[in-house]
Design a protein around this ligand. Structure first.
Ligand code: GLA
Length: 741
């Protein structure tokens, strides 16, 4: 048995390595030691049962030697000990553990290949397994081989028991000499118990990301997907639950996501036997991979989990999964600094004098990290020019960036900067020197968007160039924060300089190189925080979160809209990863109080983006007080558990509660958007009461903030709740609870 774990030691690096298509054959090998309470192996028939506190997953070997998935759902001894399974090849083909193209086709295939003699059918049979652990967590490897052709498939199932989460990925190995064309290599698949299900997924567009959509899964295929390397339209997170279940806090929810920031696809297929299959991975649209002789391909991970306490429970598991197992340490375990970003204040019109003046005011109100946005580099006076020429513009910064950075540092703040490394403006020195570096297709229009083209990150010279200038930027300046932006969709994804087969690998190689650049920058500059931006939340994905520390949620900072965007986003992202700025911007022309806008932004990772030059002393005082309040509670918000209490899509209220993992401290944000009924006629209706969650029922909590200070037992707070009356359009309250010793 192969017992040596190889590769990076830190778990987020390991996560990343498995997200990168790797060529090392044993890249995911597991160390041997049998965590028998989590993973049970039964013989005759050979069967593996994964038990977590709330879930059971079962795989077995069918009579014809195929690996078949058994039960997957809430913890169940009865089903786990169930029958060895079907022998009928048609039934088997509806339950394959790794669904492939070949034989009867009753599932969406995760694997589709073409062998050198043009055979397109696979016949995979079980040949061995290994139970052990990887990075301290139980990991099962199931080995399969084609019955004739030189293709081996290893499926990995790594278990995070305390979160009821399984990670799946595959390593495909061509043990022969001739090329095998991989037309599709998804990451994994599961089949749910027979029932009728709804899918909750998240879609939208620029400025309205993460809108939850709930749809019935009926017979047939429902796909959500991204074809480029960003998308506001779809998020790879999904929640599936029985159609009749609606409660946020009760009932079974299967949830998960695919961890790939390039083109990905998730398929939800209700097959002819009325069984619901969930599968996904790298999107095979316009993409293939040539698996050369004696080489291997490792898929990114797909994550599946089971919550038995509703969608809130599923979200909390996903948040902890991202914080504890995906996002880079140590930052994922620490609170983020309150940042100021200059974009909405100065636009492209940045210069040393104004930025220093802004920084001084930012410091006054309590900001800890000053970020200069777009406009600082050569020729960048608007969005028509400059991308690609990453040196400070001499007219704006005659002595370079260091005088500004020194001033910011002397004020006691960190300095951060905006970059958009995957892009080039045709009006730039870089493009004039290397027009072939942009993705392009001969005889086709090179479509620009925001006046820019996409650099072909699949090219190693583009990767090396990017790594070099980014490394120099971080080496020559005391920069502690990078806002990495990506502001357009891909078109004409051509690479005419490579061979015809390689042309269709461009979308995968792009992501591999992007990951590599980020990984190397993090290794060389471990004290730099990276924010992932893509015109807002166009790239919120576990794949990129393995390499960045937070997401710029949306360019839409209108507080009313934002409550909806944040609500949707909270299904998947922990509050720490969800960056919110207070701004002057009211997209719909309304005027809300500064306090309301702060409260909205404080229900996540707080930033400020106002034009501080326009602020009165009173506004600065309000901001200073609220930033100080945020600093005293941000550990609860950013690192605690989150409970959605009120849904702004179904009423004019939104409320969210955060609780430290030990249950001692909690914060509640309550918002009213538009008042539908005057307070006088409504009275103190039940809707003013917020029934809280996640507290210690035995404890007594001191409750304070925007209500009368009082002591209430945890049991009462979770049974009858606390009254938080809100009156008037766009009003808000923050309540803080601390358990008495
Ligand atoms: C994108 C980002 C904004 C800002 C601009 C700068 O739109 O989402 O926050 O950085 O680019 O050009």
């Amino acid at each position: 048995m192969d017992v040596k774990a190889r590769g990076p030691k830190r778990s987020w690096e390991r996560f990343l390595r498995t997200a990168i298509v790797a060529l090392a054959l044993c890249a995911g090998s597991v160390t041997a030691s049998l965590p028998s309470e989590v993973m049970r192996v039964d013989q005759d028939p050979l069967r593996w049962t994964v038990n977590t506190p709330h879930s059971t997953y079962q795989v077995f070997v069918a009579r014809n030697g195929e690996l078949v998935q058994g039960y997957y759902g809430p913890l169940s001894d009865r089903r786990a000990a169930g029958a060895p399974g079907p022998g009928d090849p048609e039934i088997i083909s509806s339950l394959r553990e790794v669904p492939y193209r070949g034989g009867f086709m009753n599932m969406t295939p995760a694997l589709e290949v073409i062998f050198a003699d043009h055979t397109r059918e696979l016949e995979l049979r079980y040949v061995g397994h290994e139970v052990g652990e990887q990075d301290g967590y139980p990991c099962l490897r199931l080995d399969m081989k084609d019955t004739y052709y030189p293709l081996s498939v290893a499926e990995y199932i790594r278990v995070i028991p305390e979160l009821d989460v399984l990670e799946k990925w595959m390593v495909l190995e061509n043990t022969g000499d001739e090329d095998i064309l991989m037309e599709r290599a998804y990451s994994g698949s599961v089949v749910l118990p027979a029932d009728a299900y709804d899918l909750i997924h998240f879609s939208g567009d620029w400025g309205r990301e993460f809108f939850p959509r709930r749809t019935r899964l009926t017979s047939g295929l429902k796909s959500i997907y991204v074809r480029g390397v960003r998308s506001h339209q779809h998020s790879p997170f999904f929640f599936v639950r029985p159609t009749e279940d609606k409660d946020e806090n009760f009932g079974t929810v299967w949830f998960g996501a695919v961890a790939w920031v390039g083109g990905w696809q998730m398929d939800f297929d209700v097959n002819r036997f009325e069984r619901t299959q969930i599968t996904g991975g790298i999107n095979s649209w316009d993409t293939h991979w040539v698996l050369k002789g004696k080489s291997a391909f490792q898929t990114p991970k797909i994550v599946f989990g089971v919550s038995t306490d509703g969608s809130n429970g599923a979200s909390r598991r996903m948040h902890r999964y991202l914080l504890d197992h995906v996002m880079p340490k140590p930052f994922s375990q620490q609170v983020s600094k309150v940042l100021y970003n200059s974009w909405y204040a100065t636009g492209f019109n940045v210069n040393e004098k104004d930025q220093i003046a802004l920084a001084r005011i930012a410091k006054e109100i309590g900001v800890e990290l000053f970020v200069m946005d777009d406009g600082w580099f050569k020729g960048r006076n608007n969005d028509r020019a400059g991308l690609g020429d990453w040196v400070a513009d001499e007219t704006k910064f005659p002595n370079g960036l260091n005088p500004l950075i020194r001033e910011v540092n002397d004020l006691g703040m960190d300095f951060g900067i905006w970059v958009e490394p995957e892009m080039v403006n045709p009006d730039s020195d870089l493009y004039r020197a290397h027009p072939e570096w942009a993705l392009h297709t001969p005889h086709r229009t090179a479509h620009t968007s925001r006046h820019q083209l996409v650099l072909n990150f699949a090219r190693d010279d583009v990767k090396d160039y990017t790594l070099k200038w980014m490394d120099e930027l971080l080496t020559k300046h005391n920069i502690k924060f990078i806002k990495w932006d990506m502001n357009r969709y891909i078109s004409e994804a051509g690479w005419p300089e490579t061979d015809p087969l390689g042309q269709r690998e461009v979308r995968i190689r792009y992501v591999q190189n992007l990951y590599e650049v980020l990984l190397k920058l993090r290794e060389r500059h471990p004290d730099v925080v990276f924010e992932c931006c893509s015109g807002g939340g166009g790239r919120a994905n576990p794949g990129i979160l393995a390499l960045t520390d937070q997401i710029w949620t949306s360019d839409n900072t209108d507080p009313g809209d934002r409550l909806h965007i944040q609500y949707g986003c909270s299904y998947a992202l922990p509050a720490k990863a969800m960056v919110n700025w207070v701004t002057d911007d009211e997209w719909h022309g309304k005027t809300t109080s500064l306090r309301f806008r702060f409260h909205v932004a404080m229900a996540g990772n707080l930033g400020v983006g106002n034009d501080l030059f326009k602020w009165t002393d009173k506004e600065k005082k309000t901001a200073k007080e609220l930033i100080a309040l945020y600093k005293s509670i941000r550990h609860i918000i950013q690192l605690g558990d989150q409970y959605r209490l009120r849904d702004p899509f179904s009423e004019n209220r939104m409320a969210v509660q955060f609780v430290t993992r030990d249950g001692r401290e909690s914060v509640v944000f309550a918002f009213q958007t538009l008042e539908t009924q005057p307070m006088a006629t409504r009275g103190l209706s039940l809707s003013d009461r917020l029934v809280l969650l996640g507290l210690d029922p035995e404890g007594t909590y001191h409750v304070e903030g925007d209500i009368e200070p009082q002591e209430i037992s945890g049991a009462a707070l979770m049974a009858s709740g606390v009254s938080v009356p809100l009156a008037g359009n766009y009003s808000s309250k923050v309540i803080i609870l601390r358990r008495q010793p």
